[in-house]
Every structure is written in structure tokens, then in C-alpha cells.
Design a protein around this ligand. Sequence first.
Ligand code: ASP
Ligand code: ASP
Length: 348
Amino acid sequence: MATTTRANAAATAAGAGARAATRDTAVAAADREGRGTPAPWAKRHLLSLEELSCDEIGVLLDTAESFKEVLTRDVKKVPSLRGKTVANLFFEPSTRTRTSFEIAAKRLSADIINFQAAGSSVQKGESLVDTALNIQAMQADTVVVRHASSGASQLLARELDCSVVNAGDGIHEHPTQGLLDIFTIRERRDLEGLHVCLVGDIRHSRVARSNIWGLIKLGAQVTVCGPPTLIPHGIEEIGANVAYDLDSVLPTVDVLNILRIQFERQHGAFFPSIREYAVEYGISVERLRQAREEVLILHPQPMHRGIEIAAEVADGHHSAILDQVTNGVAVRMAVLFHTTLASSGPDS
Ligand code: ASP
Ligand code: ASP
């Protein structure tokens, strides 16, 4: 496992030049001709980071880097997906992720349909697949789906002809969040050998699972830390180290990715009280003093200030939390760009 990881990481390094060329081709062509030449990317769907190779993750991150440059321009738009339609199909509350996909689609000149379950026929009992088939019948090229059930996006990928992008399915994966977290780290640090610690409710976190898969494939070392009841069995089998005592791992950590307690997914008491959780696992200014001077703080949001993270830490100089949000748009542009063109190809 470790050998494969290192081999993958070495392959990444060796392929860096080739991928930079790929990225330049994709975006320059998108700019020049109004339609990008898809980079070597064959997947119609993005359902998880588990199913991506190290190189495929690299293609998405490199493309996102170029799109990030587009976002700093006066005119923040490329014609890459002109004439294509992206449908946002959100069956769970979301502000950031839905908005981020919407902005990403608009920056690529796609048309965007926002579909929210509240007020829709879903409340009348329409099935997920029927709802999605109807959206597809309106000629959507890509469906972005957020759903409370793990596996919802896989189900749609089997049933629909268009591309499907997973925007968070139950406790399974949130691949674009994983990618944007990794992108934010990679902007600042070399991933090879980097020690990333995910703190909190690992059991109910789709963000944790996507981070673990992606980071390990790219050569980082991952530790998950939280109360024993919130660490799922078997997490070591996918390559993560497990720790229960945060203070003992903190001095060796380069990046802390702090997760929210997913109260809405917990059925039962997983720890005695919120106060005790905050004492054991909350990242306060005092606790952070034990960490390395240059430690990087991430949080996927929404945050519970004062529980898993102190306000001073969230807003302090170690924090890259708002950069994560900015990077989310660039990453989602890359994902929509590659998946949409892999499924429908450029318009003639
Ligand atoms: N579910 C949260 C929201 O949309 C966080 C996210 O998905 O970005 O606000
Ligand atoms: N926004 C992330 C998600 O939707 C994390 C969270 O909600 O805590 O999974």
C-alpha cells in the first residue's frame, strides 16, 4: 500500500511537466476557440475520489489552477461550456456547495438550472431517478446531485445518459470538497510525506472519506482523530492512522482539517456533552500553540465556532478557510469542464 502510494506520488512528480502542458492546452484552447480540447480525461462522472487515480486527481487540480487564474481577471468567464446545460439537483440543504457549482457553471458559460427538493414533486413522493430523468429530458448535459443517501449519485450514474457529479451523498463522499481541500494544501505545501490530521466526526463525514482517499493517493500521511465512537471501524484499512488523543499528535501535524459534528446524522449520543467534546477536541488558541509554527487550518464549513474551532483560530493567520471557498469555484469549474466534455464532447 505504502509502496503503491509512493510509486503513485513519484509518477505524479514525473508527470508534472506533461500535466502542466495538458492544463495549458485545455484552458488556452477553451479561451481561444470557445471550446476546450478535453485534456486526457475519459470519465463521464465524478462520483468519488476513491475511484480516481493519482494522475486523474492531478489533471483536475492542474486544470483548476488555470481556472483560478481566470477568476482573477476583469472578465471572469471562458466560453468552454457554451451551449451546455448543468442542473443542480439538491435534495439536502446547502448554500455554499450549490452556489459554488452555480458560479462555476456560469464562469464556463454553461446554462444552469437550480432544482431544490423543497416545493418540488419530491415531496409528493417522486423518486430520485424519476426526478432526475425529467431533468435529463430537459436536455441537461450534467447533473450535480446532493442527497442524504450514500450511493445516490452512483444510482443516477447508472440510470442517466448524461454526466453525474456527486456534490455530497450521505456519509459516503464529497469529492469536490476533497479536491478543493487538497488544492488549498497543494498551493502551499508539497503533499509528499505531509502529515494531515482530520479532527472530529469522522464516522459521519463524507468530507473525511474524500480527503483520505485523495491525500493518500497523492503521497500524504493521514491521521484521523476524534472520540472512539466517532471513528468508523476499518478506517485503517484505507490507509489512515487513528488517534484518540489530539494533544499527542498535534506537535507532528502540518495540516489540521477540522470537521463539524454532524448532529443531523447522529442517532444516539456519541460523546457525553458538547462541552466535553470542545475540551478534548476543540481547536483553541492555547491548544494550537502545541502545533508546528506553520500549521495550516482548514474547515469545510459550516463551522460551529466555540465548539470544534475557536473564532480566533478560524479567523487567525493559520487559517485558509476562506481560500478554500475561493478555490472551490476553480475546482468545480475543472470538474464540470472535464466531465461535461467527456460525456457530450464539444459542440460543433
Ligand atoms: N452543506 C453546507 C452548505 O452548503 C456546506 C457545503 O456543502 O458547502 O452550506
Ligand atoms: N459541507 C460539508 C458537507 O456537506 C461538511 C459539513 O456539512 O459539515 O458534507
